[in-house]
Every structure is written in C-alpha cells, then in structure tokens.
Design a protein around this ligand. Structure first.
Ligand code: ADP
Length: 647
C-alpha cells in the first residue's frame, strides 16, 4: 500500500486528510511532532514514505527544509491555504515540492495530485535507473580502456630494445585509437627538425625521407606548445599537413619534462572520426611510450658503453677481472681468460671466482682482497707467459684484478741472474787465491807497519767482496728454487738459535736485546737453513743499525694457523720515500753511515726466502724512532704436521 506521510501541524486538517487518503486506498501516517525537528535522513528510515504531504509550517521544520539540503528526492506536496502567496510557493518549490493542494480537499483533486506525483516519482526513478545504467556502461568502457592501456603500457615498458619499443608504440597507437596509420617523430636536437623514427601503415617511401621543421608545421607546434592537436574535416577535401589527411591527432612525447618528439595518428581514407576521447587515449599512451623510450634509450646507451668498454678491455695487453663484493665476475677480458686458462667458450660472468681460479693459493689471495687486503702474486699461463697479478679491493665495487705480462722482464731477470751467478762463481776462485796470498805475505817475511795496514785493508776488501759474492750466489739459488728442500720445521727452534746469535751480537755492541717467543707456535713447512738465514738477516740488521744504548726486541706469536714474527729496534729508521725499495737488490738507505758494512742484498734474500715459503714481510719505520719488520709465515695444522712426521 502506498504510504503518505503527513507533516501537517493542524489536527483538524490532519484528520480530514487522513480520512480522504484512506478512502482513496492510501496509507496515511502522521509524523509525530517530536520528529519534525529531526533531519529527513533520520526520520525517513522509520516511516518510509512514498509521498509526503506537508503544510506551510512544515516548510520551516528541519524534516522538510532538509530535503533539498540532503538531496532527497522524496516527492512532497504542499498543503496550504496560501497557494496564492508567491513567497510560500517559491520556498516550497526550492525545497522540492512538486504540487500544491488547497483546502477544502476534494477527493478527486487529491487523487489526481497523488497520481501525478507518483507518476513523476516513477519517471524519476526510471530516469535514475537509466542514468545509472549509462554510468555503468561508461565506467565499464572506461575500465576496459584502462585495461588495454595498462596491458599496452606493460608490454611497452618491459621492452628494452629501442627499435622494438618504437614499433610497439606505433602499433599500440593504431590499436588504441582505431586510426588508419600512426607515426612517431623524434626531435633532432642538432638540426631542430622532427624526423620520422617509426611508423605503422605509413607509406614507406615517405617514411624514409620525412623531416619536418619545428617552425610552422603542425607537429612542430606540438613540440613548441607541448599541447596535443586534433584536426579533422568532415568534408571530401583533405587537410594539408606534411601529407594529406582527413583527420589527425598529434600528442607530445615528454621525457623529464621536455618534449622529445610527437606521436601521431591519422586517417587518410575515413572522414571526421577522432574525438577528444581519442586525444586523451593517445596522450595516455604517449606517457607510457615516453617512459618506454627513455628506458630503451638508456639501455641502448648503457649497452653501447658496455660494448665500448669490452672492446677496449679486450684489446689491451693486460688481463682484467672485476669481481663484485660477493666474488662473482662482472668483467673479464681476453688476456685474463688466457692467463687464468679459462675455456674461451665458457661464460664466467656472474660466476664465483672459485669456479675459474686455477689454484688454491690464488683463491686464498682473492679471498683476502675481498676482505679488503691488497694481494699480489705471479702466475704462469699455460703458454708459458708469466703474469704479475694484483688484486685490489675497491670499496662498494668489489675487487679489481689486473694481470700484467712480465714474461719479458722475467726472462731478462733470468739472464741477468745467470750472468751474475756465472761471474760470481768465476770470481770466487781468484778471490780465494788473493786471500791465500795475502795470508802468505805476512809469513813470507817481516812487513813494516804501513805494509801491514795495507795488507789488512786488502783482506777486508776481499772479505767484503766474498760476502757480496756469497750473497749473490745465495740469492740466485733461492730465486731459482735450488736447494730449497722443505720439511716440517719447528720454527720455535729456528727462532731460538737466531735469537741467541742476535743477543750475542747485541751484547758485543752494547745494545739491549729482548725476546718473547711463544712456545707452542705451529709447525712450518719449509727449509730450516733458509728460515734461519732470513731471521739472521733481519735481526742482524736491527743490531747493526741500532747504535749502542739502543734496544732490539724480537717477538713471535701464533695467530690461527699463522706465525707472526716481529723484529723492532730503536735505530735510525728508514725514510718513508725509501721504504718501498728496501727489499730491492743492492738498495742501501741514504741515512745509514757509509762505513756500516753491507751489500744491500740482505733484505732481497729475506724477501725471496719468505715468498718461497708463501709468507709475507713488511716494514713499518719512523726516522729517528726505529724500525719494525713483520714476517707472517703460514703454519701447518696439527694433524697435517703429525702426518708429515712432526719432528
Ligand atoms: P744492507 O746490507 O745494507 O744491510 P739490506 O738489504 O739488509 O742491506 O738492507 C737494505 C737497507 O735497508 C739498508 O741499507 C738500510 O738502509 C735499510 N735497513 C734495513 N734494516 C734496517 C734497520 N733495522 N734499521 C734501519 N734501516 C734498515
């Protein structure tokens, strides 16, 4: 039953209206007075009226005056005695009244008014439903469009090849607008012209030559203004742009806020076809296209850069490997592959260095470099070339390994060493003879004081030359790897003897001597004689260069599997500029007294011995304060030492 809500203040009128409504088959509901002050949104859920009949006083009550405010389209009829008062009528209309009833109410009039109101309500409902349906359809087509755009956008932005991307953009432009053909023009920064970079269904001959000035062309206008252009003529004759068309859209392609080109679609056959909607669609597509283009251009540039770098790297004479902080190869060149004996067909990029490292020592060295310590070694390639390998940690990048071909220098060194060895060897016999005859001179007859002094000097010089020659021969043998049989050596015993001999020398010279040697140092796999020679040289130097009253300290400790030996003194120190050279052959410091005996070969021998034991040596020194030499030797694990037959 149709409910009519009565918002009528006068009881008599209310009763009459109720009776009349009931007689006509409606259900009247009188709104209680306490509900008048509530807003209609509150009241209506309780009373659910189909129609409202309100009197003049009700126009002021919030339940009615709120109808328009809350956009509630409940049809209401005004019941008033002031139907000829324009103010009242105006107010009622403003609040949404659709009809006016005047007392006395005649049943037929009331019936007619109610019927009209209900019909209007019905019509309004239908209209609203149609509107809603249209909205839904529009929304659906909008969503479909967005889906297509998203799909096209995704496909576009996933592409990295520039040509593929461009082709995809022009295809999408045609698909997205239903145009006959599409063009993508890019701006040539140098000439200021637009040139056709990609097209779909565009006449091929024109495509290859199309270049447009930015000034006074339609596409140029888009570049200049940054705004889209839509042109169409619903007439048989065509529009003259760079070519003849019926209709056309150009939208700008923006990258980083700058117009870099124009995306266009046009129709040559069909007439008047594009709308503002098509412009919007093409603009949306152009946004994706610009991102895709930017990506592809960056990728192409990065690729070109990478290829250039690869060409350079593959053509230089040195080997180069770059590892990322995880130890995976990110760059490797031809020479490095040859030096490390990597199969030319094997792809090592992205692989762990352990997978292509030829030996364990190198692996350990690279590990060290990844841990932040520079590492240097020499490796021999299968073709006999010798490479000096340097692994340098680079913060945030990883490790750069360079391999420098030193075969030539090695060969020169070998020839030089052979020559020095031969000469030294040949010199030894005559020197022994000289020394022998010098001894005999004194026995052959009395010599005067001056002659004795001269003989002494001759002997000293010959002894110096002999020491030099012995050092040279030693160095030659160590470098060549001769007489370097290795066994498990107790470095503690070797240290003990070396320390004792050092202490004796120190005492003779008036230099204090301290030593702390841990008793349980790991065993070392090496040559005891050479290790002793190495320690004698370092400790001997410390005593030799420390003036009387100074102090020499020797310490040895085990750290993990390593033996760390330190020899410190309070001598003259070594100038920083000379420190890199002190392990070179024949190098002697500038700040040592010239009368201090020495050949400049001691530390070269030390270095060779330590390297042949896979150890490391370095110096820290301050002029005027003293010098510390640190030697690190790899020790053997307990069970390995036992397996070798620990002495
Ligand atoms: P040398 O025969 O001259 O001692 P070495 O090769 O043993 O040759 O040492 C090379 C140079 O290193 C020395 O000439 C000296 O200048 C410097 N040197 C070595 N040890 C020390 C030290 N403990 N204190 C100061 N200088 C040193």
């Amino acid at each position: 039953m149709t409910t009519v809500l009565l918002v009528v203040s006068e009881a008599q009128a209310r009763r009459l209206l109720s009776q009349a409504l009931r007689a006509l088959g409606f259900k009247p509901v009188a709104l209680p007075e306490e509900a008048w002050g509530r807003p209609p949104t509150d009241v209506f859920p309780d009373y659910e009226p189909d129609l409202v009949l309100a009197d003049t006083t009700a126009l002021e009550a919030p339940v009615i005056s709120g109808l328009a405010e809350h956009c509630l389209h409940v049809p209401f009829l005004l019941f008033t005695e002031q139907a000829d008062d324009p103010e009242v009528l105006k107010r009622a209309m403003r609040l949404g009244a659709i009809d006016v009833l005047e007392p006395p109410v005649q049943s037929s009039k009331l019936a007619e008014a109610l019927r009209r109101a209900l019909a209007r309500k019905q019509a309004a409902r239908q209209w609203a439903a149609q509107e809603a349906e249209r909205d839904t359809l529009m929304l659906r087509s909008h969503i479909d469009e967005l889906h297509t755009l998203l799909r096209v956008g995704r496909t576009l932005t996933a592409k990295l090849d520039l040509d593929e991307t461009l082709a995809a953009v022009v295809n999408a432009a045609v698909e997205f607008t239903g145009a006959e053909e599409s063009t993508l023009l890019l701006l040539d920064e140098e000439t200021g012209e637009l040139y056709l970079r990609a097209s779909r269904n565009f006449e091929e001959r024109a495509a290859s030559t199309l270049r447009l000035k930015v000034q006074d062309t339609l596409a140029g206008e888009v570049v200049r203004t940054g705004k889209p252009v839509l042109l169409e003529r619903d007439a048989p004759e065509k529009i003259k742009t760079a070519y003849l068309v019926h209709s056309l859209i150009y939208v700008p392609l923006y990258i980083h806020g700058r117009v870099i080109g124009v995306l266009g679609v046009d129709n040559r056959q069909r007439r008047g076809y594009f709308t503002q909607r098509h412009v919007e669609r093409l603009t949306a597509l152009a946004e994706y296209a610009a991102v895709a283009l930017d990506n592809a251009q960056l990728f192409t540039a990065a690729n070109a850069e990478r290829r250039r770098l690869e060409t350079v790297l593959n053509n230089i004479e040195d080997g180069i490997v770059v590892l990322n902080p995880n130890g995976e190869a990110i760059i490797i060149n031809r020479v490095a592959r040859q030096a490390l004996d990597i199969d030319p067909h094997l792809s090592v990029l992205g692989r762990q260095y352990t997978e292509f490292c030829p030996d364990r020592d190198l692996e350990a060295g690279i590990r060290e470099a990844l841990d932040g310590h520079e590492f240097h070694t020499e490796i021999t390639a299968p073709d006999g070339r010798v490479f000096s390998l340097q692994a340098v940690p680079i913060p945030k990048i990883g490790v750069a390994i360079t391999l420098h071909d030193v075969t030539h220098f090695k060969e020169l060194d070998r020839i030089k060493n052979e020559f020095v060895s031969a000469v030294s060897h040949d010199l030894r016999s005559p020197l022994t003879a000289i020394l022998g005859y010098v001894e005999l001179l004194e026995r052959a007859g009395p010599l005067n004081e001056m002659q004795k002094e001269f003989v002494k000097r001759v002997r000293l010089s010959v002894e110096n030359i002999t020491a030099l020659i012995n050092d040279l021969l030693d160095l030659g043998r160590i470098e060549a790897g001769f007489d370097l049989e290795k066994e498990v050596v107790s470095i503690v015993s070797v240290l003990r003897y070396a320390v004792e001999s050092g202490r004796e020398q120190a005492e003779k010279k008036g230099v204090c001597f301290r030593s702390t040697v841990e008793e349980d140092l790991p065993m070392v796999f090496g040559n005891a004689v050479r290790l002793r020679q190495m320690l004698d040289n370092i400790i001997g130097n410390a005593v030799k260069y420390t003036p009387p009253g100074g102090c020499v300290t020797v310490t040895a400790e085990g750290r993990g599997q390593q033996v760390i030996i330190r020899v410190s003194d309070t001598g003259p120190g070594i100038p920083p500029s000379e420190q890199p050279y002190i392990f070179n052959k024949f190098f002697r410091g500038s700040n040592v007294a010239s009368e201090t005996s020495g050949t400049g070969l001691g530390l070269a021998i030390v270095k060779s011995i330590i390297e042949s034991h896979h150890g490391r040596v370095w110096v820290e020194s301050e002029v005027g304060k003293g010098t510390t030499f640190t030697v690190v030797l790899p020790g053997l694990e307990e069970d390995t030492a036992a397996a070798f037959g620990k002495p």
